[in-house]
Ligand binder design. Structure first.
Ligand code: HEC
Length: 231
């Protein structure tokens, strides 16, 4: 029969051993690590490529918070798999696989775990002429969808307007009703009975965040697998 003090010593012992193994030892091994500055060939300053191309403005950071608060990351990853392991590049989600450096210094790296919707790691990907590139699956240029701000608002308000069986949830709370007043806003998603539904500041920041996502630049450890289409 165990006495209460043996039980107590056992619990305390387990607590001390696990704190040591999971907190103190890793802390002593890893806390002194300094960020590594990577110099690329043909770069004259590390800041050209480091920390990462994505540096969010204040509005875009707020947009990232809206992305998290609305659970967008439950269905949308932000990580492109190596072409050897999956068809992400082929699908037009990005020109190269994602690597650790893509997330460095990001407050909240949103790699995601499940993919019910497309990966958004490069949603704002543009070619050298500023044309949007992400998942332009339409072969004919005239039929390509322009994924600009107005497109994003329409999608957020009602994804099923374009794809009837889309699983992406609608987010009417990101829009507010206004009098039409001096004219219908180019970003209005619905006009009815003299009223228009326009994006709130949260929706505008969310759109800015989505359009800021662009990890298409080449890195030494992740060469661009898919070059821009020949003009
Ligand atoms: C339940 C899973 C789910 C959640 C949660 C979700 N989505 Fe989606 N999303 C999808 C699916 C599936 C698609 C593909 C079908 C489509 O395009 O509508 C998609 C497509 C998209 C697209 C691509 C549209 C295009 O073709 O350009 C964007 C952008 C997007 N979602 C943004 C969001 C944002 C922002 C949120 C959070 C407010 C969100 N999604 C939450 C499932 C989800």
């Amino acid at each position: 029969m165990e006495t209460p003090s043996t039980l107590f010593t056992g619990i305390l012992g387990a607590f001390i051993v696990s704190t040591g193994a999971m907190v103190l030892i890793p802390h002593s091994q890893l806390s002194g690590l300094q960020p590594q500055v990577v110099w690329e060939e043909n770069q004259n300053a590390p800041s050209d490529v480091y920390p990462s191309k994505i540096e969010h403005s204040l509005g875009q950071r707020h947009g990232q918070r809206i992305f998290v608060e609305n659970g967008c990351f439950y269905c949308h990853t932000q990580q492109i798999r190596d072409p050897q392991f999956g068809p992400d590049v082929e699908r037009g989600w990005g020109p190269r696989r994602s690597v650790a450096r893509d997330y460095i210094y990001q407050d909240t790296p949103l790699l995601g775990a499940t993919r019910l919707g497309p990966d958004l790691a490069n949603y704002g990907w543009r070619d050298s002429e500023g044309k949007r590139f992400w998942r332009n699956e339409q072969p004919k240029e005239a039929e390509q969808i322009v994924r600009d701000e107005a497109f994003i608002y329409k999608h957020l308000f009602n994804p099923r307007a374009r794809i009837s069986n889309s699983n992406c949830p609608s987010n009417p709370a990101l829009f507010e009703q206004r009098e039409i007043g001096s004219g219908v806003s180019p970003n209005a998603v619905k006009v009815e009975n003299g009223k228009q539904w326009v994006p709130t500041a949260s929706a505008r920041n969310l759109a800015a965040y989505l359009l800021s996502l662009d990890r298409s630049h080449e890195l030494k450890e992740a060469p661009v697998a898919k070059k821009e289409a020949k003009k």
